[in-house]
Write a protein that binds this ligand. Sequence first.
Ligand code: ADP
Ligand code: MG
Length: 693
Amino acid sequence: MAGVGEARAKLLEKELGIITIGDLLRHYPFRYIDRTKIYRITEVNEQMGSSLVQIRARVTGIGYAGTGRKQRFTAFVSDTSGSAELTWFQGIKWIEKSVEVGREYIIFGRPSFYHGELRMVHPELDLVEKAASRKFNSGMQGIYPSTEKIASALGAKGFYKIICNAWQTAQEYIEEYMPQAVRQAYDLMPLREAVFNIHFPQSPEKLHAAERRLKFDEFLGVQLSIQSRRTERMTRHDGFLFPKVGELFNTFFNERLPFALTSAQKRVIKEIRQDTVSGFQMNRLLQGDVGSGKTMVALMSMLLAVDNGFQACMMAPTEILARQHYANISRQTEGLNLRVAILTGASKTAERRKALEGIASGEIDILIGTHALIEDNVKFANLGYVVIDEQHRFGVEQRARLWTKNQQPPHILVMTATPIPRTLAMTLYGDLEVSVIDELPPGRQPIRTYHYTDAARLKLWGFIRQQIALGRQVYVVYPLIKESETMDYKDLEDGFESIIRDFPLPDYRVSVCHGKMKPQDKEESMRQFKEHESDILVATSVIEVGVDVPNATVMVIESAERFGLSQLHQLRGRVGRGGEQSFCILMSGEKLSREARQRLQAMCQTNDGFQLAELDMKLRGAGDINGTQQSGMAFDLKIANPTLDSALLHSAREAAIRILDSDPRLERAENIPLRALRARHAGGQKFDFSMIS
Ligand code: ADP
Ligand code: MG
C-alpha cells in the first residue's frame, strides 16, 4: 500500500499489531483536534497544557545553532499579535527547504514556553494556500495511538497520511454486515459511513454517530461470542455431580469451624451446592472484598468435592500465598480423613514427587499450589473441582490450561478481591455465574487511611513505635515497577537500612521480603512475621495478595503515588484482619499528578473495593485495554468502554440475545456475516474461564 513499505509494515506489526488494511482502519483516533480553530500567538498560553494547537503566522527569519549532531534549526514567526520560535533538531535538511522567509504558514504543534515566549518543537507546517485544499478537510483531525518508535519513523502527520491511503484503497470493499433489522432497531450509522467519519469526521454529530456504531459492533461481537458459548455450555449435561454432603464437610462444619460463617459465606456455599448438583458444569466467579473470608468458602466447597469422591485443587498466584493456604488448610483439617499436598515452582524433589505421585494415584484429595499445578506432568486421577484464587493475577493462558487436564470439565470457582464493577460483571461475564460476599466478618473496624508526605515522617515513626509498644505489627511496602527494578530495589534497601537504624534491636525486630530473595528466605521472613518474631516487615508488593497476619495493624505504603488503585486497596487489605483498629498510611512526594492525587484521596475516603474499582475504571479513561486486562478481562475492545458506554453495552447484549434466540448458529443469510464479527471478538474466549474446547 502507498506510504507503507516493508520496513514500515514491519514496524506497524511489531509495535501496534497492525497487519491488514482492516487493522489499520480499525486503528481509531483516541482524540481529535479542531483544525478549524486557529489561535493567535498571544492566545496560546501555558494553561493549555500539552494539547496541540494551530497558529497562522509568517516566517520572519531563520537561524542555525550548534554543529553536527547537536545542530538546531530555528524559524522565527509572527502574526499580528506576537511572535514565536519553531525549532527542529532532526530532519533539518528537509525542513530548511520547506521554510521560506516571508511566507505564511499554518503551524501545528505542541506549545511550550520560554521566558513567556511561545515555542514549538518539531511542529507541522503547511503553506496557507496548501492547507486550504487539504483533502479530508473536516475541521477535526484524528490523533492516533502510537508508540515512540512509530512516531519517530512516521513523523507527526505520518499516521494520518497512512490512514488516508488505507481509506482510499479499501473504502469500496467495506461491506455492511449488520442485518438491516438490527441497524434500524438501534439506529446505527451504515458501516462505511462510520469508518469514514471516525477517521475524518465531517461534523461532531457524525463523529458521535460513527463512534456509537463502531462501539456497538465491538460490544455485539463480544456478546455474540459470550452468549453462544453460554448456550453451548447449557446444552451439555456433563457437569460432575456432588449430591452428598458427607462426613468431611459435616465434621468440619460441626467441630472445626473456627468462627461462625457470615450469612454471605453461607449463601455462597449454598449457591455452589446448587450448581454442583445441577448436572451442568459450574463456572462461578466469587467476588468478595479483601478480608471477606473467601478462603473458607473455597475450603468448604473443596470438602464437598472430596466427600463426593473427587479431587480438588486450588491455585494461588504467588508462592507465599500458596504456602499460606497450605499451612492454614492443613492446620484447620488436621485429624480429618483428608490428604492435602502442595506443589509450587519451588517445591523440592521430595515434596514434588509426593505431590505428583499422590495426585496421579488418587491418594491426595486436595492439591494446593501455584501455576506449577498446570504443568504437563501434573496428572490428576479424578479432578472434579478447581478453585482459582485472585484470578486477576493469572495470565489468560495459565487459566486456560488448568482445565484441559480433564476429559470432562471440572467445576470451577474463580475468586477475586479486585471487584469488577457491577455493570461490567453483569454484562461482560455473561458466561459466568457471579457470587458476591458483600459482608465482612463481624467485629472488623474500618481501616483508617491517611495520606502523608515526607514532612510527616517523624510523626509516622512515632506512631509506629506506639503501635509496636501495644504489641502490634507493621508492614512497610515499597513499589516495584518492572522497568526500573534495580532502582526500586535500591529504594527498598535504603528504606530497610533506615528502618533498621530508626528502629533498632532489641526493641524492634525487622524482616524483609521481596521478589529477588530465594524462596526459602522469603518463606522464612514471612514465617517470622506471621509468628510475631518480627515487628516490622519491609517488603515489595509481593505481599499484595492474600497474606494474612491478623495482628498487623499498620500498612505503610511508600511512594504510594506509584501504585494503581486496586493495588493500593489490596495492600491495605493486609491489615484490619483482626479486632484491632488498623491504619493505612500512604506516603508520597509533595508533587503529584492530578490522577495520583485523586487515587490517594479516594483511598482515604472509602474502604469499599467496589466503589474504588468503579473509580479506577473512570480514572483510567476510555479504551484502556490494560485496565480491563487487570480485572481479568483481556478482550479486544478498541473503542468501546464498558463503564462509560454501559447503555450501549446493554443494547448490544439485548441484540445478541435476540439474534441468537431465533438463530442460535447464525445460519440465516442475514446473520452469516456476523460470524466474522463474533470471531474477531472471540477475544471473548480469553475471558471464558471454562475454556472447553
Ligand atoms: P479474603 O477474602 O481476602 O481471601 P480471607 O479468606 O483471607 O479473606 O479471610 C480473612 C480473615 O478473616 C482470615 O483471618 C479468616 O480466618 C477470617 N475469617 C474468615 N471468615 C470469617 C468469619 N466468618 N468470621 C470471622 N473471621 C473470619
Ligand atoms: Mg484471599
